[in-house]
Ligand binder design. Structure first.
Ligand SMILES: [Zn+2]
Length: 431
C-alpha cells in the first residue's frame, strides 16, 4: 500500500481522476480481501464474483456485508495474524453484545490520516488547541481517532473527555481552547453553563465546534435548532462529522458547511433502498461504505444502518469528492404511523423548535404489524407550551399526531441521561 499522504489532494482533482484512482484502490482492496480475508475469499467463490470485472460501476455484483455478519464471522473477517492487532474497538451490536473491530498499526496510521484530512477541511491548523469532550477509553474509537487526528495536524489536544461542566469550565479558562469536539447537545449545555457562571461562551475564544453523534442539519442541510444554538451561544462555527468503528472513514464538513466530504482514497460510498438496490445521488436510503486501504478487518459494501443521501455536485470549497448529507435516522428506528414512515430524528427536529420544551424522549411500541404506537414525553418551563400546542406542531411537521405527555422534569431526565451512555437517550424502542 502506497504512502497515504501521496493522495492528500485527490479530493480536489477532477471527477475523472478521482474515479480512476478509486478504481485502482478498489481493485487492490478486493484482491487483498480475497488473499487475506477467509470470509471474503469464501463469499467471492460462493457467489462466483469475478474480481477482474468489478469496478465502481458494477460494485453491486458483490453482496452487502451487515453488522450481523461481523458478529457471526468475526474471526473469518480478520485478515492479519492475531499478533499484529494493535487496538480492539467495541461498537454497538445488533443484540446486546458489542461487536469487535480490530485494527493493526497500518489501520491506526490510516485513522490518523483520515482525521487529519477531515480536520483540515473544516479549517483546524497546528495553531489550534482542541478540547476533547468525548472519551478516549471504554473501547470506543471516536476519542482515539480525534486524538490521533489532532496530533497528525500538529494541533494541541486537551483530553478532558466525559468530565463535568465545572471541570470543562476550569480548563477553558486556563488552557483557552480554540476548538471543541463532542456531542452537540452537550456542547450547547456547556455553553449555557459558561454563560450562567459569568464566563460568556462567546468570549471564550472557541471558534470551531466539531460535532459528533447527533445530526446538526435537516434533509435540506439547514441547521437544526441545536446547530443554530451552538453558533449563537459560542459565536463559533459548527461542523458535523460522521463515522463508525467499522468504516474507519470519516465524512466531515468543510468550511462551506454543506455536507460531509468523503475522502475518496479511503472509502467508496453508496446509498441503497430496502431491496438493496443502489440509488442515485440525492435519493434517501441506507448508507453503504467500502472502506479502502484497510488491513486488519477489511470490509466490502458494509451496511451502516444509517439513513442519508449523497451529494455529487462539486463543493464551493473546491473539493470535488462526493459529500454525505445529514444523517436522517437509523434504519431500524424507522416508525410507521397511519401509512407515514419517519425516524425519531424528525420528531427531535420538530420538538427542538418548540419554545418552552426543556427535555423529551420518544417511546415506540407496536400497534400491529403495519403500525407503531408513538408516545412523546416532555417537560416544559413555559405554561404556554401546552400538550395541544405540541401536538399541533407535530401534526404540521409530520402529518401524524403522536400522543404527548407533559411530565415532571426529574422523571424525564432520569430516562434521558442514563449512566454509561455516551449521549442522551431520547428514543426508547419497545417494538
Ligand atoms: Zn467542501
Amino acid at each position: 500500500m502506497k504512502n497515504l499522504s501521496s493522495y492528500k489532494n485527490l479530493e480536489f482533482a477532477s471527477l475523472k481522476k478521482i474515479k480512476a484512482a478509486q478504481n485502482l484502490l478498489l481493485k487492490a482492496h478486493l484482491n487483498y480481501c480475497r488473499k487475506n480475508s477467509p470470509f471474503y475469499r469464501k463469499l467471492f467463490k460462493e457467489k462466483n464474483v469475478d474480481l477482474k470485472k468489478i469496478n465502481l460501476d458494477n460494485l453491486a455484483a458483490i453482496p452487502l456485508t451487515g453488522k450481523a455478519d461481523i458478529e457471526k464471522y468475526n474471526d473469518a473477517l480478520l485478515a492479519v495474524p492475531a499478533e499484529k492487532i494493535e487496538d480492539i474497538v467495541l461498537s454497538s451490536g445488533t443484540c446486546g453484545q458489542p461487536t469487535k473491530i480490530s485494527y493493526n498499526a497500518w489501520d491506526l496510521n490510516r485513522l490518523a490520516y483520515n482525521e487529519k484530512q477531515s480536520f483540515a477541511a473544516c479549517g483546524l491548523t497546528a495553531q489550534d488547541r482542541v478540547l476533547l469532550t468525548c472519551t478516549m477509553d471504554r473501547c470506543f474509537v471516536a476519542g482515539l481517532a480525534y486524538y490521533l487526528g489532532i496530533r497528525a495536524i500538529g494541533a494541541a489536544a486537551i483530553r478532558n473527555g466525559l468530565n463535568s461542566l465545572e471541570s470543562h469550565l476550569g480548563l477553558i479558562k486556563r488552557l483557552k481552547p480554540t476548538a471543541i469536539i463532542g456531542v452537540p447537545s452537550f456542547i450547547r449545555k456547556l455553553g449555557l453553563f459558561l454563560n450562567q457562571q459569568g464566563y460568556p461562551a462567546a468570549k471564550s475564544g472557541v471558534r470551531k465546534i466539531i460535532c459528533i453523534g447527533e445530526p446538526l442539519r435537516d434533509k435540506n442541510l439547514k441547521f437544526l435548532k441545536v446547530g443554530e444554538d451552538l453558533e449563537k451561544i459560542w459565536k463559533a462555527k459548527a461542523y458535523s462529522t460522521y463515522s463508525s468503528s467499522e468504516i474507519v472513514s470519516t465524512f466531515c464538513e468543510c468550511t462551506a458547511q454543506s455536507g460531509g466530504h468523503l475522502h475518496p482514497e479511503l472509502a467508496i460510498a453508496e446509498i441503497v433502498d430496502d431491496q438493496n438496490r443502489v440509488l442515485p445521488a440525492g435519493k434517501i436510503g441506507e448508507l453503504v461504505v467500502t472502506p479502502l486501504q484497510i488491513q486488519a478487518m477489511p470490509l466490502v459494501r458494509f451496511k451502516t444502518g444509517d439513513i442519508s443521501f449523497l451529494i455529487e455536485q462539486p463543493c464551493p470549497c473546491g473539493r470535488k469528492s462526493m459529500r454525505l448529507g445529514s444523517i436522517l435516522g437509523r434504519k431500524k428506528q424507522m416508525m410507521k404511523v397511519q401509512g407515514t414512515t419517519f425516524y425519531p430524528q424528525a420528531i427531535y427536529s420538530c420538538l427542538e423548535t418548540i419554545k418552552g420544551i426543556n427535555e423529551y424522549y420518544i417511546q415506540a411500541s407496536s400497534a400491529g404489524t403495519l403500525s407503531d404506537n408513538i408516545e412523546i414525553y416532555t417537560c416544559v418551563d413555559d405554561p404556554a407550551c401546552t400538550q395541544a400546542l405540541i401536538q399541533q406542531k407535530l401534526q404540521a411537521y409530520l402529518r401524524v399526531t403522536p400522543k404527548v405527555f407533559i411530565c415532571d422534569e426529574q422523571l424525564i431526565k432520569e430516562r434521558v441521561y442514563t449512566a454509561g451512555s455516551r449521549k442522551p437517550v431520547r428514543f426508547i424502542d419497545q417494538r
